[in-house]
Write a protein that binds this ligand. Structure first.
Ligand code: ZN
Length: 220
């Protein structure tokens, strides 16, 4: 656990996206998770809190999560971090782009952000682990998981992500999702394992029966 952590959650845009600022209180360096919708506001919050934006870390390439990247690159000298499979899927190239892989890390002051490859919603979806927190993009929401019926989505892969990849994080891990779809903004993985319908399936077949259908219980 590090007292160096600065973390701010902002709800922006018509789809209730959560944009995060993650920074070091010691060095004032910060990363923006999924810069979108209102770059001016993100920059204002960072300036008020005396944070310098050095990195843009992208959970996945759907437009509602990246529509501020270009503007952010014009207004800062930040580097963009996108999973290598997502870079291939999305085909967009930004300046200053770093292709990431699961297990890669990024240092911010005393903090380490670990990139976790969590495919299913898209091929190169990634979550970010910092201390006892997981920023989950559209992989896991409070009470649901990301849709798998968009291009690049895959329900069987999502099942592996939910049951194997996220299994490495214990019940006390705080969950910071990519959209404000619930009546609270954060949760824990333990609470989601007990209550989230998408985490209750006994096996892949029963998961696919419900989640493999377009327009079922999932959200964007
Ligand atoms: Zn998405």
């Amino acid at each position: 656990m590090s007292s160096d952590l600065y973390l701010k959650q902002m709800e922006l845009g018509p789809m209730a996206n959560f944009v995060y600022l993650i920074g070091s209180r010691r060095t004032h360096e910060a990363a923006v998770v999924d810069p979108a919708w209102d770059v001016r506001q993100i920059l204002e919050v960072a300036a008020e809190d005396e944070m310098r934006i050095k990195h843009l870390i992208i959970t996945h390439s759907h437009p509602d999560h990246i529509n501020g990247v270009e503007e952010m690159l014009h207004r800062t000298d930040a580097q963009v971090y996108l999973h290598k499979a997502e870079a291939e899927f999305h085909r967009a190239m930004w300046s200053n782009m770093v292709k990431t892989d699961g297990g890669d890390t990024l240092r911010l002051g005393d903090l380490t952000i670990t990139f976790v490859h969590t495919p299913g919603h898209t091929p190169g979806s990634q979550c970010f682990a910092i201390d006892d927190k997981l920023v989950s993009g559209d992989t896991l929401f409070i009470g649901s998981c990301g849709r798998t019926d968009f291009p690049g989505g895959d329900a069987a892969t999502m099942y592996q992500t939910l049951t194997r990849v996220l299994a490495k994080f214990d019940d006390t891990t705080w969950l910071y999702p990519g959209h404000n779809y619930a009546d609270v903004p954060i949760s824990t993985l333990g609470y989601e394992r007990r209550t989230n319908p998408t985490m209750q399936f006994a096996d892949l077949q029963s998961f696919l029966r419900v989640m493999g259908r377009p327009g079922s219980v999932t959200l964007s």
